[in-house]
Design a protein around this ligand. Structure first.
Ligand SMILES: Cc1cc2nc3c(=O)[nH]c(=O)nc-3n(C[C@H](O)[C@H](O)[C@H](O)COP(=O)(O)OP(=O)(O)OC[C@H]3O[C@@H](n4cnc5c(N)ncnc54)[C@H](O)[C@@H]3O)c2cc1C
Length: 387
């Protein structure tokens, strides 16, 4: 599935693999232990020219679609899931900005992103609507040439570390429909004192997934993305597909890392009494075969979905929806089984596999959650409205 990537994308994926093995992987355990945002990793990805992966060519980017996002983020996720998440959300934010960028937005955001000088992220989720990320209670009020934004976001990846955030809002107009939202780019300086407590996650600990309280934050009208109330278009055309590609890639990367660790452990763990390795045990050979097949089956589905989406195929939607649900099933099952096969050495505080298992558990929870994705897939297959 990754052998037939277009040449340019294969080069980008190879670059990501090199940065991951030289710079990102060696510090992944430290990032997990200290819950520090992976600044060194984001710098290295910028230095390698990967931050403009989905930015348009006219802004100096690579203009890769979902397949590109998938292949590059998976390579990063195999070494450090927290970095993959920060990188993935940066790319999703970039795609949202690029979708209907004005000349001003191209100059101020997309060109610096493509040059590796600007990190962005998404601030959509709120504690009230929870997983229903397309519903927002953060209000937007127009005052002349300025929008005034009030509300509290939760779980903002790269919170307090990115240079800008795509923020979803709803017009404070009493006639506005629930779920009818507008997206704005908010610069980091406007949120300097607005961040809530540091992220101390169960997994994805380098993600800096913080909350932020926006109190009368004044945003220039030129920072509005698309039209006011563009919600459906942004949610289903850009946010959801790009987000699902980035997340599926992160979780497939974790699953492959768990498979690599398990294979290595089975080969190298010798019993002193028999001289045999774990690899000699047929039951463990079968377990490894099942894990490998589960990972390859999910990868095949997810890569196929990304190709269909990039080609604009009419039937792509249910494929896209199922990508993350499937990757989540796979990564949770594979890391769980790996924990059994790797025995006591894995079941230590802070073992590499323990990190992978904890990181994997974010997969079902992150919106759109696995339950919601299955529901949307079923509804799409039945020809029913999604919401
Ligand atoms: C590591 C991490 C990083 C994140 N990064 C970002 C980010 O960068 N930007 C951002 O905006 N958000 C981000 N999020 C937030 C995330 O996308 C969700 O919004 C959040 O995790 C929802 O949590 P909750 O407790 O409110 O879930 P709840 O809404 O309370 O849901 C709990 C569970 O109930 C089920 N459920 C809920 N609603 C439905 C439904 N309608 N149908 C069926 N089942 C349902 C699901 O199984 C769900 O897991 C991140 C979350 C995590 C954990």
């Amino acid at each position: 599935m990754d052998h037939d990537l277009p040449d340019r994308l294969r080069d980008l994926r190879d670059t990501a693999e090199r940065v991951a093995s030289e710079t990102i992987g060696p510090k992944a355990d430290e990032i997990d232990r200290s819950a520090a945002w992976p600044a060194h990793a984001m710098r290295a990805l910028a230095g390698a020219g990967l931050m403009g992966l989905v930015a348009p060519r006219t802004a100096g980017g690579e203009e890769q679609g979902m397949l590109g996002l998938l292949a590059v983020t998976e390579a990063i996720g195999r070494s450090c899931a927290s970095t993959a998440m920060c990188y993935g959300m940066h790319c999703v934010g970039t795609a949202v900005i690029a979708a209907k960028a004005t000349p001003y937005q191209r100059r101020h955001y997309l060109e610096p992103i493509a040059a590796g000088r600007h990190v962005t992220s998404l601030a959509l989720s709120e504690s009230g609507p929870g997983s229903n990320f397309y519903v927002t209670e953060t209000s937007l009020r127009r005052e002349g040439d300025i929008y005034v934004v009030d509300g509290t976001k939760q779980f903002v990846t790269s919170g307090g570390r990115a240079d800008s955030y795509v923020v979803s809002t709803i017009a404070s107009d009493p006639d506005a429909r629930a779920g009818e939202f507008s997206c704005l780019i908010v610069d980091a300086e406007q949120l300097a004192d607005a961040w809530l407590e540091p992220w101390d996650g169960f997994g994805m600990r380098g993600n800096s997934s913080r909350g932020v309280r926006l109190e009368r934050v004044r945003v220039a009208r030129q920072n509005l993305l698309g039209e006011e109330g563009d919600q459906d278009w942004y949610v289903f055309e850009i946010v959801t597909p790009y987000f699902l590609a980035a997340m599926s890639a992160t979780y497939l990367g974790i699953a492959r890392a768990a498979l690599d660790l398990t294979t290595e452990h089975l080969r190298t763990r010798h019993f002193s009494h028999s001289g045999e390795t774990l690899a000699a045990l047929p039951v463990l050979q079968q377990e490894l075969a099942d894990m490998w097949a589960a990972v390859q089956t999910s990868r095949g589905f997810v890569y196929d979905a990304a190709r269909r989406a990039d080609a604009g195929q009419a039937d792509a939607l249910p494929w896209i929806f199922m990508t993350k649900a499937l990757a989540a099933e796979t990564v949770v099952s594979v890391t769980n089984r790996a924990m059994t096969l790797c025995g006591g050495s894995a079941y230590r505080q802070n073992s590499r596999l323990a990190r992978l298992l904890r990181d994997a558990r974010a997969s079902h929870v992150m919106a759109p959650t696995s339950h919601i994705l299955r529901q949307w897939t079923g509804r799409a297959l039945l020809g029913m409205p999604l919401l």
